[in-house]
Design a protein around this ligand. Structure first.
Ligand SMILES: *[C@@H]1O[C@H](CO)[C@@H](O)[C@H](O)[C@H]1NC(C)=O
Ligand SMILES: [Zn+2]
Length: 396
């Protein structure tokens, strides 16, 4: 299996009578045309009434009605918009420094696997953000922390779902699904209880992530499965946190996932050069893209939801707006981190980068509905070549 460096491409050629050759690559770039035509969030990111983001912009402290409302919003979204996804809620409880009573923590998980695949045979791109909000300051909304990242992920999976369906249907119809180099699925995790109730410690933080990592480590797939546990079937854990402020700086922390970081850096560059970014700053977000894999930022520092998964050997890509000296975005953990302080152009650009990355990881080039401009151009080319052909005919 190509787990460590998935950008190595493997070409599998098949001869099935006249049907020749299909190429199976582990990560396939989207064309400029597809990249430019990817769906946009538009008014769904409106902070007052947008279908995706606005329902998350409320206080959602674990165990409170706001938390339940946001959890229901996620469930409704998948049930109505993405009915082929399997949804589950992983529950745990814990005491906190603020309560002698057990507080409930509910992680939301949505999964889409190839329809023919056995559950233990699928490696998954896992997109993660936390949905809980801090108990203090009172009324804290957490726009960048992490309402906006949740909405970005919702937009991304919604935008690739039809293409994924088309690809899997086509593979199945051609009988090619038996020849794949591994089964690839996609998963979303919205974690609860990331924030500390009082002060960040190993036990007062990451309640949901710790519970889920432990639970998935103990849950075994059937004996002959490709993967042992839901944890080992995560091929890349992409954690989005503190995103949605202007001019983000994202560092690359892990050697084994630097290739994925670089793919995001390349997508940023391509979106900008195709004039498909709404933001206009020329300074790059993915500042380590050109860096050698052995020369990355030491990763010890930032405590976040990836930690319990990292400790169990999961491959991590941590997308967090942070740089030495600059620190986190200025609204971080203040009452100003709300919907009004989000930079909506940045939020939208992020959602497009995440969409494109998921599409490339799942190799969806050619499965998106034909962009209108491209179809028109192809029609013109066809008409031109037809004209030449007919012209020749009359010359004969
Ligand atoms: C977790 O709790 C919810 C109720 O909030 C319930 O619907 C769900 O089935 C529980 N999940 C599991 C895996 O038991
Ligand atoms: Zn926070």
């Amino acid at each position: 299996m190509l787990l460590a460096y998935r950008n190595v491409s493997v070409i599998v050629s098949l001869c099935l009578g006249l049907l020749m050759l299909t190429s199976v690559q582990a990560y396939e770039k989207l064309s400029d045309e597809t990249l430019s035509a990817l769906p946009r969030p538009n008014s769904d990111f409106n902070i007052h009434n947008g279908a995706l983001l606005s329902p998350i912009l409320q206080t959602r402290v674990p165990g409170t009605p706001g938390s339940t409302a946001v959890l229901n919003h996620f469930a409704d979204f998948f049930r109505t918009t993405l009915p082929k996804w399997k949804i589950e809620v992983q529950n745990s409880t814990s005491k906190t420094p603020m309560s002698k009573k057990e507080v409930p923590f509910k992680n939301f998980i949505a999964t889409r696997d190839p329809p023919w695949a056995q559950i233990g045979d699928v490696e998954r791109l896992t997109l993660v953000a936390h949905y809980d909000s801090k108990i203090e300051p009172k009324g804290f909304i957490g726009g960048i922390d992490s309402a906006a990242p949740c909405a970005m992920i919702m937009h991304a999976v919604r935008s690739i779902d039809a293409a994924l369906d088309k690809k899997w249907t086509a593979l199945q119809q051609q009988g090619l699904n038996d020849f794949l180099d591994g089964e690839h699925g996609i998963q979303v995790i919205f974690l609860d209880g990331e924030e500390a109730f009082k002060e960040w410690t190993a036990t007062d933080s990451l309640y949901g992530a710790r519970a889920l990592a432990t639970h998935w480590d103990d849950q075994f797939y059937p004996a002959m499965s490709e993967f042992k546990t839901p944890l080992s079937s995560i091929s890349l854990f992409v954690l989005l946190d503190l995103l949605g402020a202007t001019n983000p700086t994202i560092l690359s922390y892990y050697e084994t996932t630097h290739w994925a970081y670089q793919s995001l850096g390349e997508l940023e560059k391509r979106f900008k050069s195709l004039k498909q970014f709404k933001t206009s700053s020329s300074s790059p977000w993915f500042v380590d893209t050109e860096k050698d894999v052995h020369n990355l930022t030491p990763s010890g520092g930032i405590q976040d939801d990836h930690i319990p998964f990292l400790a169990k050997g999961v491959e991590i890509l941590h997308l967090i707006d942070f740089a030495p000296f600059k620190g986190f975005p200025s609204v971080w953990h203040t009452i100003d981190d709300d919907g009004e302080h989000l930079d909506m152009d940045t939020v939208e650009d992020w959602s497009m980068v995440v969409t494109a990355f998921a599409a490339e990881w799942l190799e969806l080039e050619g499965y998106f509905d034909q962009p209108k401009a491209a179809t028109a151009r192809r029609d013109e080319e066809y008409a031109a070549s037809e004209a030449i052909r007919l012209n020749k005919k009359t010359e004969l």
